[in-house]
Design a protein around this ligand. Structure first.
Ligand code: HEC
Ligand code: HEC
Ligand code: HEC
Ligand code: HEC
Length: 271
């Protein structure tokens, strides 16, 4: 019994020491080690199997034996005015990816005022980096499933704002991506249509020097598409400008939440 107590104390102090050594980089810039995207920190709090060598990158990337390079995806473009439908084939973006890849099949966001498909435009929410995010944020693939290992911790997160109840870190869990800000279309396809009141892609995110264009991902044969990474910097790097949020959450955002500077970086509602 005594031995057990000693063991528990020892584990607790190691965990506390670890947290202190990797002081709270959170998600408001300052790099990936120790941040909300350092799975060693996340798994310390939430259980699951941590990386033996405490690697940070390994949960997402591998130097060797990467997942599904060159996997291709077909997207149908609806032919307008009686023209036949056409198919574009693009290569999934998998930068030395160490995780199971998402094939998609999520509901996609459409509304009366936004529906690229019926306009004959490219629309696939999984194009570009979004597919990579969903290999954790779909709420099904465990965070500690990487390098061919099968883990157990589907991420739930610890968002203290708790906006819409539990499990909301799993972006794709309930309505797929049908209730999320749209991703997977060409920004300039929308921007060139005045009705959308969007800023030119040469403009920068509010308060910074990063252009909107540089937050889009090139998909060959399609163009530069908007993705999850058009608002979030997965590596928590210097592009994160939501520095001192009142909530304490930076959310890896490319502009501040104050006065919705992020939203107004792209949406010009004064037009
Ligand atoms: C939580 C998952 C995750 C972790 C951990 C991670 N990355 Fe990434 N990485 C991504 C995603 C997603 C992309 C694609 C992002 C994009 O296009 O903006 C990416 C892209 C990259 C790229 C290519 C394009 C670019 O943005 O530069 C490099 C290089 C890279 N990561 C290196 C690293 C290194 C080195 C580490 C560890 C220090 C690391 N990553 C940790 C998810 C991760
Ligand atoms: C390896 C799994 C993994 C991948 C891949 C991944 N994430 Fe995460 N992400 C997590 C986990 C786990 C958390 C919750 C961390 C916590 O609550 O401590 C999180 C948290 C977040 C948060 C909230 C941060 C905060 O301030 O609380 C955002 C935003 C986010 N991720 C966006 C993304 C985007 C965008 C991508 C792709 C470009 C991505 N993630 C890829 C695992 C991942
Ligand atoms: C148009 C910008 C934008 C895009 C695109 C976007 N997000 Fe977010 N995301 C946000 C903002 C802003 C927040 C902070 C919460 C808020 O303000 O409601 C957030 C919060 C989050 C969180 C924290 C949990 C939550 O629900 O609040 C996660 C995880 C996340 N995003 C992942 C993703 C993933 C995965 C994608 C792609 C499928 C994505 N985001 C696309 C703007 C965006
Ligand atoms: C990186 C650029 C970018 C950022 C940042 C961004 N958006 Fe968007 N958003 C777009 C684009 C492009 C579209 C698709 C065209 C359109 O409907 O304006 C869109 C679509 C939308 C739509 C759907 C409109 C419809 O007709 O159904 C809403 C609402 C919206 N955004 C609100 C927001 C809010 C709120 C924020 C901040 C949390 C935000 N956006 C941040 C680029 C952005």
């Amino acid at each position: 019994m005594k031995k057990q107590i000693i063991t528990l104390v020892a584990v607790a102090s190691i965990a506390a020491g670890y947290t202190m050594a990797y002081a709270a980089a959170g998600s408001n810039g300052g790099g990936i080690v120790g941040s909300k995207h350092d799975m060693n920190v996340f798994l310390t709090t939430n259980g699951g199997v941590k990386d033996t060598d405490t690697r940070t990158c390994a949960y997402c990337h591998t130097p060797h034996h990467a997942a599904a390079p060159g996997q291709t995806v077909d997207v149908t473009l609806v032919g307008l005015n009686g023209n036949p439908d056409t198919t574009v084939t693009y290569e999934a973006y998998t930068p030395l990816w160490s995780r199971t890849l998402q094939n998609g099949g999520y509901a996609q966001y459409v509304s009366a005022s936004f529906n690229p498909t019926v306009d004959g435009k490219f629309y696939d929410p999984m194009a570009g980096p979004s597919r990579l995010c969903m290999s954790c944020h779909d709420g099904n693939i465990a965070v500690d499933s990487y390098y061919g290992k099968t883990g157990t911790v589907t991420q739930l997160g610890d968002d203290q704002m708790n906006y819409f109840g539990s499990n909301h870190f799993a972006i794709g869990l309930n309505s797929g991506l049908g209730n999320d800000h749209p991703v997977g279309f060409v920004y300039n396809d929308m921007q060139s249509d005045a009705k959308y009141e969007l800023k030119a892609s040469t403009e920068t995110f509010a308060g910074g020097t990063k252009t909107i264009d540089s937050a889009m991902t090139q998909v060959d044969g399609v163009g530069k598409i908007m993705s999850c990474a058009s608002c979030h910097d997965v590596h928590n790097g210097p592009a994160v400008l939501n520095k001192n949020p009142a909530s304490g959450r930076g959310y890896f955002l490319l502009a501040s939440q104050t006065d919705s500077a992020l939203c107004l970086s792209c949406h010009d509602k004064n037009k």
